[in-house]
Write a protein that binds this ligand. Sequence first.
Ligand SMILES: NC(=O)c1ccc[n+]([C@@H]2O[C@H](COP(=O)([O-])OP(=O)(O)OC[C@H]3O[C@@H](n4cnc5c(N)ncnc54)[C@H](O)[C@@H]3O)[C@@H](O)[C@H]2O)c1
Length: 333
Amino acid sequence: VIGVGVVGAGTMGRYFIETISDWIPEAKVIAVASRTAHAGGPRLTHETGLELIGDPAVDAVIVASPDETHEELVLACLEARKPVLCEKPLAPTSSECRRIVEAEARLGRRYIQVGYMRRFDPAFAALKSAVDRRGIGAPLMLHCSHRAPGPSRNRSTDLLMSNAAVHDIDAVRWLLAQEISSATVYLPPAVRLNQAKYDPLLIVLRTTSETVVDVEIFVNAGYGCEIRTEVLCEYGTIALAGPHLIAVKHDGNESLTVPRNSLATFRDAYRAELKAWIQSVSEGDAIAPNAWDGFAATAVSDACRRSIATGEPAKVELGERPSLYADNDIHEN
Ligand SMILES: NC(=O)c1ccc[n+]([C@@H]2O[C@H](COP(=O)([O-])OP(=O)(O)OC[C@H]3O[C@@H](n4cnc5c(N)ncnc54)[C@H](O)[C@@H]3O)[C@@H](O)[C@H]2O)c1
């Protein structure tokens, strides 16, 4: 049984602890470190994340603390040569992510998986394999929307990019197997209905093969969690059919029920993600989404932030991809 240490016992940390205990018999959470103890939360076993990572009883680490703590913790996992599932984003800026990629590349072995759980979601996986089969031709354009009930803790438009939009950015790279080359963000008039000044907003991405992608971000949508993705291909379209889980007919009305939040929407995805991660830990080889994927998603979110600042399209700066990630099936041209 793999001894897992969890850093951060907030929403995600606790959810992972529960999911491992209910669904993953091959692993056991043996250590938890968090800045604050939560009422009814797990018992904290270590003062700090760094202490937990250094504990020889901990075989593998989940980083589920706030984004700005990720770099230090992930680098410590690399130093200790311990596999780590780092919640998204790998880090909030591409320079932090780049340092992580370089450190892992120096080790010549992959230890890092990034928590882009959509890749493990049954509906997203079906969408990906339909796109890959090319049954209705090559993908030409993508429409995505990312709506969450709010009130969002993303209090700035920068955070909407580095913390929320990165999910869609990763999904686009993965679905199209293409890197993203530029980003333009279109802002509505500033709104006051939430902490972030601009929400909803629209991101337009171009991939290296000139595929056009639009992503609506609306994290204070109020009504529930709705993630839409439609791939327009040469001879038709393929889309996620959700988000409705059930339809209720009652008293002369029919209504469709929308999941309340992303934990409800992606329950199966988180389970599959953890299962795949634990399996990769026991096999000794980390799987995608890897550190390069984490870096690339954040590099695109950085470009979005630059576009917001200038009002112009911004180029995505990836730089060189270390040979450790040469087998990534996401192409740069
Ligand atoms: N994959 C997803 O769908 C998804 C959803 C939500 C959050 N997340 C990510 O998960 C991470 C955690 O988010 P959350 O919503 O659980 O946040 P949260 O605020 O609910 O929990 C964060 C926890 O980390 C602890 N913490 C803070 N600083 C720490 C430090 N230096 N060392 C150890 N613990 C520390 C806090 O005490 C708290 O318990 C974030 O990176 C976020 O982006 C991912």
